[in-house]
Design a protein around this ligand. Structure first.
Ligand code: HEC
Length: 107
């Protein structure tokens, strides 16, 4: 009986853990579809396109949701609003998890 409780506790832990943190592998795949065209390999930043690699999950999530809502935060937000519109909550979580792992490496 004790084992059932432990198993329940563990599965709850994993399920709830999954809900708050995205899947970096899925984020990497989504990033590869088009984000890199502007932000460069691993989000390293290219010319006037900002570096997004290594930023924190709450920051990235908030930014992407703000753009998705159509709100401007900078001079070139229109470009990013267009890109963020089709993103689902799950895609945003996954992208944030991937980018926060600093795929472009330290500056
Ligand atoms: C057409 C070029 C383009 C593409 C494609 C693009 N972005 Fe952007 N992104 C921008 C620009 C330009 C900005 C700065 C916008 C501003 O001035 O507010 C930006 C800003 C951001 C920011 C906020 C950076 C910061 O520090 O404020 C994040 C996060 C981001 N992009 C993520 C993504 C993700 C994830 C994708 C793929 C779904 C993506 N971008 C695709 C051009 C692009």
């Amino acid at each position: 009986m004790k084992h059932i409780y432990i198993a329940l506790f563990l599965s709850f832990f994993f399920v709830s853990n999954k809900a708050i943190s995205g899947d970096p592998e899925a984020g990497k795949a989504r990033y590869a579809q088009n984000c890199g065209n502007c932000h460069g390999p691993g989000g390293m930043g290219l010319a006037s396109y900002p570096r997004i690699s290594g930023k924190e999950v709450p920051y990235l999530t908030e930014r992407l949701k703000t753009y998705r809502a159509g709100t401007k935060v900078g001079p070139n937000s229109d470009l990013m609003i267009m890109m963020a519109k089709p993103l689902t909550d799950l895609e945003i979580e996954n992208l944030a998890a991937y980018l926060a792992s600093d795929p472009a490496g330290k500056k």
